[in-house]
Design a protein around this ligand. Structure first.
Ligand code: T3D
Length: 272
């Protein structure tokens, strides 16, 4: 895959602007338009959505990494596309493309790790917020740049950000529009790890690999329980955990995990 910080193809054709690599149960999705900081065009968004939907149906894939080629994660909407004659109305663009991408990230059965290799601005930040985990390179940053161009945060940022960092910090990040450094993102809980840029790909792959080695059904159920956490009261959460645990405990992967434990060997979990 193109290394973060490394060059992408010199003149990427549109079909190479979103790359998907599959290996060892992990799909790595790479936004690959580095000359424009991976700013999103309509073809890229359609390709990204198609890629995510394809991964969702691929039972061999147990974890997903979303990252950017070059020095940026994603600079959000391609603003030059917006300046073209007759751009798609905003509400249409959101309902046709951005919102389904966010929904796809949230609904995938596999956990998604945003490997934030550089700046994540506008909807690029929103995409990172929609992922299950965020790991950042030391030089990465998050910018809710919407206000600078007279727009409001979209692609789920007003929903995800307060859940990730709390209302006060979300208001600070969204209303001031200042860049949040990787170190600050770690401090406020926007990311869970920060590593040198040269280590990002390997660290994200290692995280994804660890997830891919777990029982996939239990992993999906854990993702779902966490995603619903802020929508439920304690009693509902306890009931949902009990229901999910009954399903997980009745699955052959639980028996395999127990057998592997007593036999002191790695478990061999089933697919999907
Ligand atoms: O349908 C809808 O439109 C609704 C949805 C909206 C969602 C959104 O995402 S709105 C917010 C859009 N994004 C932004 O406003 C961010 C714009 N970019 C920037 O503020 C800065 O580029 C960054 C802070 C991200 C990085 O700054 P810097 O100094 O490191 O890089 P740069 O020099 O500004 O950019 C490098 C190149 O990337 C440059 O191209 P050039 O001049 O070398 O040919 C620049 O034009 C291009 N680029 C960066 N961001 C975008 C972009 N090109 C198109 N669209 C961009 N968003």
């Amino acid at each position: 895959m193109p290394e973060p910080g490394g060059p992408g193809p010199a003149s990427p054709a549109s079909d190479t602007e979103v790359l998907v690599e599959r290996a060892d149960g992990v799909a790595t999705v790479i936004l690959n338009r580095p000359a424009a900081l991976n700013a999103l065009t309509i073809p890229m968004k359609e390709r990204l959505l198609g890629a995510l939907r394809g991964i969702g149906h691929d039972r061999a894939i147990r974890a997903v990494v979303l990252t950017g080629a070059g020095r940026a994660f994603c600079a959000g909407q391609d603003l030059k596309e917006r300046l073209a004659p007759d751009p798609t109305p905003f509400d249409e663009e959101l309902s046709l493309r951005y919102n389904p991408i966010v929904r796809a990230l949230r609904d995938l059965p596999q956990p998604v790790i945003a490997a934030v290799n550089g700046v994540a601005a506008g909807a690029g930040a929103s995409l990172a917020f929609a992922c299950d985990l965020r790991i950042a390179a030391e030089g990465a940053s998050f910018v809710l740049a919407f206000g600078r161009i007279g727009l409001v945060p979209d692609s789920g940022a007003t929903w995800t950000l307060p859940r990730l960092v709390g209302a006060a910090r979300a208001a600070d990040v969204a209303l001031l529009g200042e860049a949040v450094s990787a170190a600050e993102a770690l401090r406020i809980g926007l990311v869970s790890r920060v590593v040198p840029v040269a280590a990002l790909t390997a660290e994200a792959a290692a995280m994804a690999g660890r997830i891919a080695g777990l029982a996939p059904g239990a992993t999906t159920a854990t993702k779902r329980l966490l995603a619903a956490a802020f929508e439920r009261d304690l009693d509902a959460a306890l009931a949902a955990e009990a229901e999910a645990q009954a399903a997980a405990g009745g699955h052959r992967d639980h028996a395999e995990g127990l057998a592997a434990f007593v036999e002191k060997r790695p478990p061999r979990f089933s697919a999907g």
